[in-house]
Structures are given as structure tokens and as C-alpha cells.
Write a protein that binds this ligand. Structure first.
Ligand code: ZN
Length: 402
């Protein structure tokens, strides 16, 4: 959209600008934001605001950077509501249901998959998510992984090749052969559409040797590394991620002291500004939906690790696209402060994607803004389940209503 746009009458502006005053969230009061050419052109006191072609009145509401959801599985078909109901009736979660979604995804047309991604992307946007990572991982053939990523790339720059989500049934008794295919023809077909490579490093999925081999193959063709690690039990995934310089290790539900130390040793983005740390991305929607113990966010934060929050949106273990819901869970169930949770859902997600153009509101950042129907970011956790997102600007363009 051409021309300049001024968002003013902002009661509380969260900038995540750690260079200034206002605590870790860089909070400014009675502020205004000028948007030009899809970027933030100016941030300052409303009384000093420059004139603009158009204006949005925030009506005293809080304005935040758009949420950065750094972990989502949106390319799939079908749902697993019955599995959820069985789990809530007492059956344990094992990850085995992934193969159910693989069957449905292989049988779906491109247009059916595209429609699901579009629906969930829109759902997330209405809840304030302006940047989203999208993984493959429900195709698990060369052709189905490549088309999953090709479709994902229509919706985001942050696409992740997750051919190593689970060993598909037809390879169940020869996992070495499957790993060879992931590293060979599947990676070759997927890489043109992928920015990242990811592995589900877990008992029942891929062991540490297979995971290391797959991630190294991805690195060799220029993909960044992320790992599904330590979700269902303790394991080597977190250490492997740190060893390989992963942008993020995700889940982190079962950590040893050595795992926490390893993550903390990579640095704290909160204090030091943007640095390529290995972020601990916590996915509390998964613990909610599988009725499992939550990760110990307090322990990670107190040790000095960088923490992000993401939805893990997928049809099996976490079918939510709502970052506000994850913020509320993190505060209520994981003992994060509201400020820590909001930071983790914005700047933390950006760090987990090694991006500094999103997750903050400062001159030069992408003009991704969320305007709340509430005076403070505190309300995101204080008023759980309430649709507080009044307006979303993505690349400076209003998404919800004029
Ligand atoms: Zn996941």
C-alpha cells in the first residue's frame, strides 16, 4: 500500500528495543508509529508525530510487534479429533498418530493442502501472528515432501524440510534406507523450497546418529538447523542442536542440567541484542493437548537461555494457531512473567528464525503491528481466551477491518 500511515493514540507501545528505556520490552507510553513502504519509518511520542497520508487511532490500546510463530506444521489433510478425545479419556500420546496424517496428506490434492494452509494462516493472522514458520513432514515421499514445501513457500519465507518427522510405515524395518533417502533424493527435491532442516530426534522417531547425519546433509546444502528435541523424554537432541549451531531446539520438555547449561552457553538475546544463539523454543500447546507436564521455562530463563514460544500447530498434538493462548499458558503454567512471555512470542520467535526484521518495532523493521482492545500487554495472559486483537498490520497493510 502506497503512502504513509500513522498509528497514534497508543496507550502502551511494546517495541522490544533493548537499547532504550522501558525494560526488556522497551515500553513507551503515549507513543505513535509511522509506517512507510511496509516498514517502520519512525517511533516516538505522539505529540511529536509527523503528518501522514492516513491514520489509525489505537484508542488508547496497547500496540505490540506482530507475533512470530517459529514452529508450525500447517501442510496436512484430515484431523485427529477422535485421537484427542481418546487421549482425554486416558490414552497416552506416543507420536504414532503422525502416520494417520501422513496417509491423509498423501491422498490429498495440492489444492486441498493449499486450502488448509490458507485457512490456518488466516486464522493465525487474525490472532496477531504476522510471521510463521511452516514445516513439511506429512508427505514422507520425495514427491510429497517437495510439494508440501512448494505449497508452504507460497505462504512464508520460513519453510522447513521435516522429511525426518517419523519413519513411514513402508520403511519401518529398514530405517537406514529411509535416512539414506532423506539425505539423498528427498533433500535434493525439497531444498529449493526450504530455508531450514529439522529432525524429530526422539525415541520411536530418529536416534542421534540418524539425526546428526540428516542435519549435516541439510547444512551441506545451505539449510539452517532446527531440532524437535526432548519432548517425550530425556535425550540427546538438545545437545546435538547446540553442537550443530541450531537456530532453535524445540519442545525442551525434559532437560538435564547439562542441557540447560548447553543452551545458556550459547548466549542471551534478551541482554545482548541480536546474536545467533541456540534458542529454546517452548510449545505449551503440545503439553496442554497431550495433558503432559509443561517445560520448566523458569529454569531456562534463570540459567540465561533465550526462550521463544510457538504454537506447534498440527492436527495431532497441538491443534491451536493462537499465540495469545500460548502466552497465557506460559504465564499460568510455566511461571514466565507476562513480559517474558510476550518477548518470547515476538523477539524470541524472531531469534529462533535468526531474523532481525521482525519481532520488534523500530525504524527499519517490517511494519508488523498488533493493536489490542486492551490497554496493556498484560491483558494477553490476564484475559485468556478473549479475542483482544483489534487490528493487525502486516507489511504495513491493515488485515482485519478498516
Ligand atoms: Zn513440531
Amino acid at each position: 500500500m502506497r503512502g504513509s500511515l500513522l498509528v497514534d493514540n497508543i496507550g502502551e507501545l511494546v517495541t522490544n528495543d533493548i537499547g532504550g528505556e522501558g525494560g526488556p520490552l522497551g515500553i513507551r507510553r503515549h507513543a505513535a508509529v509511522l509506517v512507510e513502504d511496509g516498514q517502520v519509518a519512525w517511533v516516538g511520542p505522539a505529540r511529536d508525530a509527523p503528518t501522514a497520508d492516513r491514520r489509525i487511532d489505537a484508542e488508547g490500546g496497547a500496540v505490540l510487534p506482530g507475533f512470530v510463530d517459529s514452529h508450525a506444521h500447517l501442510v496436512f489433510a484430515g484431523d485427529r479429533a477422535a485421537e484427542f478425545a481418546a487421549r482425554m479419556a486416558g490414552e497416552p500420546y506416543t507420536g504414532g498418530g503422525i502416520r494417520t496424517t501422513v496417509g491423509a496428506t498423501r491422498a490429498a490434492s495440492d489444492d486441498e493442502l493449499r486450502a488448509t494452509v490458507r485457512r490456518l494462516r488466516g486464522e493465525a493472522m487474525r490472532q496477531g501472528t504476522t510471521t510463521i514458520e511452516i514445516k513439511s513432514g506429512y508427505g514422507l515421499t520425495v514427491a510429497d515432501e517437495a510439494r508440501s514445501l512448494r505449497i508452504a513457500a507460497e505462504f512464508t519465507e520460513d519453510t522447513t524440510f521435516l522429511g525426518a518427522h517419523v519413519v513411514p510405515a513402508e520403511y519401518a524395518d529398514r530405517p537406514d534406507d529411509y535416512v539414506g533417502m532423506v539425505c539423498g533424493p528427498m533433500l535434493a527435491a525439497a531444498a529449493p523450497y526450504a530455508r531450514w532442516i529439522d529432525v524429530f530426534c526422539e525415541r520411536g522417531a530418529f536416534d542421534v546418529d540418524h539425526a546428526r547425519a540428516i542435519l549435516a546433509c541439510g547444512q551441506a546444502v545451505g539449510l539452517g538447523v532446527r531440532v524437535h528435541a526432548n519432548q517425550l523424554g530425556p535425550g540427546p537432541g538438545v545437545q546435538l542442536g547446540v553442537e550443530l549451531g541450531a537456530a532453535s531446539v524445540d519442545h525442551c520438555t525434559h532437560l538435564t542440567d547439562a542441557d540447560v547449561d548447553a543452551l545458556a552457553s550459547t548466549g542471551t538475546t534478551w541482554v545482548s541484542g541480536f546474536e545467533p544463539t541456540t534458542v529454546a523454543t517452548l510449545l505449551p500447546g503440545a503439553e496442554f493437548s497431550t495433558r503432559s507436564p509443561y517445560p520448566d521455562a523458569r529454569r531456562l530463563l534463570d540459567a540465561g537461555a533465550t526462550v521463544a514460544l510457538a504454537t506447534d500447530c498440527n492436527p495431532g498434538s497441538s491443534y491451536t494457531s493462537s499465540m495469545p493462548f500460548c502466552i497465557a499458558l506460559a504465564v499460568r503454567e510455566m511461571r514466565m512473567t507476562p513480559a517474558e512471555a510476550v518477548w518470547a512470542a515476538t523477539a524470541g520467535g524472531a531469534a529462533a528464525l535468526r531474523r532481525n526484521d521482525v519481532g520488534r518495532l523500530a525504524r527499519g523493521a517490517r511494519a508488523d503491528l498488533v493493536i489490542l482492545d486492551a490497554p496493556s500487554h498484560l491483558h494477553l495472559a490476564y484475559r485468556p481466551g478473549v479475542p483482544l486483537i483489534r487490528q493487525v498490520l502486516h507489511n504495513g497493510v491493515p488485515q482485519c477491518r478498516p
